[in-house]
Design a protein around this ligand. Structure first.
Ligand code: UTP
Length: 325
């Protein structure tokens, strides 16, 4: 079965890191966000991925083809007109009667995909949330979806749509998106997938929901760090470093160098990073970063960045150089 993974967005909420890298290549718990997604998809039997690229798309393409051997089709979305538009761009690569799995490129999930992919109805992953106003939500009755609402101002349901969609047949989805685009029907300025699915429901298509308990957003610095923490807690490294204290869970790239450091908990140290005389907790340190004479908490340090001195919480992009005396 084919999976569609839209990753064309600019990731503005994760600047400065996304100035030099697409969001999905940011490291969380030792591998890029999209690596976590691909591993889950391949384990579930997905053998072909259609990846919608745009902003820094060549980097995504290069990383995926280097690290995975399944068939990839890269579709360029030149303008970010919304998720429905992104999916619509894939039309030439999918037959109308083909089933389809769509997964957002910035969401790491924990769910058994096999029952989803063999569902007899189209079905959407949902999770109960306290404040549904930030999400698309599903109003259900007896397990069937009655209505979908994108970012409701008044709470109609607390079942947020998590970004994992299974469609029995892709043809009717494309027809709905045709309708949105032909009539310029946008919500919050974009062609929304939620609106296209709602049109299908209105047209009589049956949709059910399935629960996604593990749903880890990576779209903002705070959620990237909390996802890093959650994933590390599921299994970190146990290697010992002489002269250092490692407070698990952590991920430390095998080729990183550590000297007189206290690392963790909940910390990722990237490839070839050099850490000396430092205390680092709840943080993500990029590849080839150099960190010294510092105590860091809840911080994100980009690739090739250098930092030494005594700030406590920082968010610095690639190639930054900060020396505080
Ligand atoms: P987001 O809106 O969360 O991602 O879209 P973004 O645009 O990259 O991030 P911000 O809002 O600027 O911080 C969810 C997913 O859908 C993809 C994005 O790449 C992301 O993986 N997307 C969204 C597209 O591929 N095309 C679009 O037109 C919109």
């Amino acid at each position: 079965m084919k999976a569609i993974i839209p990753v064309a967005g600019v990731g503005s909420r994760l600047r400065p890191h996304t100035f030099s890298h697409p969001k999905v290549l940011l490291n969380v718990a030792g591998k890029p966000i999209i690596g976590h997604i691909m591993d889950k998809l391949i384990a579930a039997g997905i053998d072909e991925a259609i990846v919608i690229v745009g902003y820094l798309g060549y980097m995504v393409e290069e990383w995926l083809t280097k690290n995975y051997s399944i068939k990839f089709t890269f579709v360029n979305q030149p303008e970010r007109l919304g998720l429905a538009h992104a999916i619509w761009m894939c039309r030439p690569h999918i037959k109308d009667d083909e089933p389809l799995l769509i997964i957002l490129g910035d969401t790491i999930f924990e769910v058994d995909l096999l029952p989803v992919m063999t569902s007899t109805t189209s079905t959407l992953g949902v999770k109960e949330v306290d404040d549904p106003r930030r999400f698309g939500v599903a109003v259900t009755k007896g397990g069937n979806i009655q209505k979908l609402v994108e970012k409701p101002d008044t709470p109609v349901s607390n079942l947020a749509i998590v970004g994992l969609y299974f469609l029995r047949e892709s043809g009717s989805l494309f027809k709905s998106i045709d309708h949105l685009i032909a009539n310029e029907i946008k919500t919050k300025g974009e062609y929304q997938l939620t609106d296209a699915l709602q049109l299908m429901i209105e047209g009589g298509e049956k949709f059910t929901v399935f629960p996604v308990h593990g749903w880890y957003d990576c779209g903002k610095p705070e959620t990237l760090l909390s996802t890093n923490e959650i994933l590390l807690q599921k299994g970190g490294s146990t290697k010992q470093y002489p002269g250092c204290i490692i407070n698990e869970p952590v991920f430390i790239a095998p080729n990183a160098s550590l000297e007189n450091a206290i690392i963790g908990p909940n910390t990722t140290i990237g490839e070839h990073a050099v850490i000396a005389d430092a205390i680092i907790k709840d943080s993500i340190i990029g590849n080839y970063a150099k960190v010294g004479h510092i105590m860091l908490d809840s911080s994100i340090v980009g690739n090739n960045a250098w930092i030494s001195g005594n700030p406590h919480e920082i968010n610095i992009g690639d190639y930054s150089e900060i020396r505080v005396r």
